[in-house]
Design a protein around this ligand. Sequence first.
Ligand SMILES: [Zn+2]
Length: 708
Amino acid sequence: MKKLVVVALMIGSVGWADEVLAQKPPLLPEKDVAALSNELSGETAKRNLEGIARFHRQRGSRGFHEAAELVAERLRAYGLSDVAILQFPADGKIFYGTQRSRPAWDAEFAELWEIKEVKEAKGVKENDASANWQPARRIASYGAEPIVLAEDSETADVTTELIDVGEGTKEGDYPGKDVKGKIVLVGAQPGAVQELAVGKFRAAGIVSYAQNQKTAWWGEDENLIRWGHLETFSANKTFAFMVSLKTARGLRERLAHEEKIRLHAVVKAGQHAGNYEVVTATIPGADPKLKEEEIAFSCHLDHQRPGANDNASGCATILEVARTLQKLISQEEKTSAEQPPHLLVNQGRLSRPARTIRFIFPPEIEGTMALLNAKPEFAKRIKAVAHMDMVGGGPETKAVFHVTRGPMSLPSFVHDVAWAFAEFVNEESYKFAATGKAEYPFVAPEGSKEPLRAEYSAFTMGSDHDMYQDSSFGIPAIYLNDWPDRYIHTNFDTAANIDPTKLKRAAFIGAASGYFLANFSVYDVPPTDGAIITGRLLRTAPLMQRLPETTPDDFGVLPVNTIRYEHGILNSIDAFAPGMGHELSTDWAKTIDDLVGIRASGPEARGSGKVIFRRISQPRGPLAVFGYNYFAEHAKVAGVAMPKLLSYEGLWGAGEEYAYEVLNFANGKRNAQEIRDAVSAEYGPVPLEIVEEYLRALEKIAVVEQVK
Ligand SMILES: [Zn+2]
C-alpha cells in the first residue's frame, strides 16, 4: 500500500499543467521579470552592504542605531512610504511574548595587553614592584576589531596572570588550578564557562578561543577570531576577550612550559536600558481593501562587525528589492499620468500591487519578537514573509544557497512560489555558465558568473523565520539562506567575500515572489497549482528514500501525514483567493481516493493518546528564543524536570526541532497520538510517551491546555 500512496502523491490537478509548461518565465508576465532583471543591481546592493558592514551592530547599541539610520536614510532616498525606526524598550524586565527583553549593550573601549617585567626600568624606585611591569604586546583592541570583546562584557581594569583551563566547561577542568582573581584561557564560549570559572572559582575574566559553527572547515583557519557572548542574565558579571586559535596556541604552549603570562585587561562596557530598534517602510498597495494586507521582506540588521554575509547581505538585498520595486512602480505611475494609455510602453515598469509591501530590519529574533508582540496589527496584516539571512556568500565562503521551506505544522504554497523563481534562476544561470548565452543570466557586472545551484530544502531553524512560522503567529515565511559559510560569526565575514551576482539573484527570487504574492488573485491559482505539483514531486523523492528507514509501526504514518501536509499546502491558497485552495484540495483528495482507495487518516489513538491539547493564546512565540529560554526558566519555577524530548535524537531532527513542532501541532484539534505522528513524519519516529511528557510539561507552565 505504501508505494501506491506515494505514487498518488505525485499526481496533481493535471488539467492545468499544460498552461504551466507553456509559461516561461514562471508565474509573472515576462515583461515584469525583464523589468526586475534589468533594474536589480548586485553592485548597488553590495555598496549598501559595505556601508552596513562598517558598524558593530549589537542589539540596542550605538553601532546598531547607526546602521538603522543608514537603512532608513536609503529607504527615504529611494522614495518609500512610512519610513520609521520603531523603538521597543529593552531593559531586561519587559517581556515580548516568550522573549525576555535583553538590555542594550555598548562598549567604549577594550584592550588586552601582555605585560612584562623590566628588570632595570629607568626612574623606578626599588620598592615599587608594579612599575617594573611594562606593556609588551597588545593582544586585542576593540577599537581596531570590535569582535574581540565578548557581548555583555562589563567594565574592568585588571592586571593578573593567565591560567589555561582547557575547555573550561566542566569542574574537571579546574582541579589544581588557582584561578581566583586570575584570567582563564578557555576553548569554549565565554557564556558557557561563566558560571563555573567566574561564579564558582572566582576568576576575574575570560580569554576565549572558541571556534565558529561546525562545518568541514571548522578550526582549520587559525587566524579567525570568533564573535563571543557572555550570558546576558548571568549574576556573575565579567568580561571576556576573544582571540584567534593562533594566538591561543602560542599562549597555551608557553603556559605548558611553566612560563608565567601576565595580562592587563581594560574594559569600558556594559548593559544599560535601551531600545530594540526596527527599521520599517512600505510600498502601499493599490486595492482599497487588499492594501490592508501585507507581504513583508525581512532580514536581521544586527551582528558583529563586519558581519557581511551574516547579515548585511540579507538587509542590503531586501533594501535593493525596496529600491527596485519602488522605482519600477513609480515609473509606471509617472508615465501613466503623462501619456494617453495607447502610447504607453510597458517595458521597465510594474503596476502597483494590490497588497502593501513592507520591509522590516530588526535585530535578530528578539527584534521580530518585540515587533510582533508589541504591535499585533503587524502580525495580523502580514500574509507572508520573504526572510533573507545570508544570501551573498561567494565561492570563498563555500556557501550553498537554500530556498528553505516552512515547518510541516504550517503548510503553505508560498515556498513553491519562491522555488519556481529559484529554479528559473538555476536554469538560466546554468545555461549562461555552460554556454555563455542565456536570456536571463542574472549576472552582476562586478560579480561572478558561476551558476546559482540553489537547493530546495526542508525546514531548518535558526533565524527570524522561526518567529513568524510559530503557531501563535502562523505567518508562512520564505527563507533564503546560505549554508555552510566557513567565515560565519568571525572577523573574516567580510565584504570581500560577497558576490554581487548572488545578491542580484537572491534579490530577484525575493522580489519576484513578493511581488507575485502581493498581486495574487484567482487568476494566479492555475499556474500556482503547477508550482505546487513541482514542489510536491520534489518533496516526494526524499519521502520515498525515508520510508525504508522508518519502523514497521510507522509504516503508514509518513505517507498519511505527508498527504495531509500536501492538502494543507493546497488549502493555504484560501488565504489569498478564498475557496480556491479548498477546491483544489478536494479535487486532489478525490484523485487519491480513486487511485488507491484510502483517505488520509492515521492510526487510531488509544488511551492517553486521545487527549487533545490546545495552545493557550499567550505568550506568543517559540519557547527558546535569543539569550532567553522561556521553557527552561518557567519549568524551573514550576518544578518540572527537563522533558526527554528536548534531548531526543530522531532520524531527521533533534530535540529543539521536535519541541518547536510539538507545540505548533497542538492546535486544539489533534490529540497526542496525532501530534506524535505528525512530528514523527517530519523528524523521525518518536515514542508517544516522550511527546506526552513534553505536552504535560507545557501544560504545567500554562503554555497548552487540554480540550475537554
Ligand atoms: Zn544571521
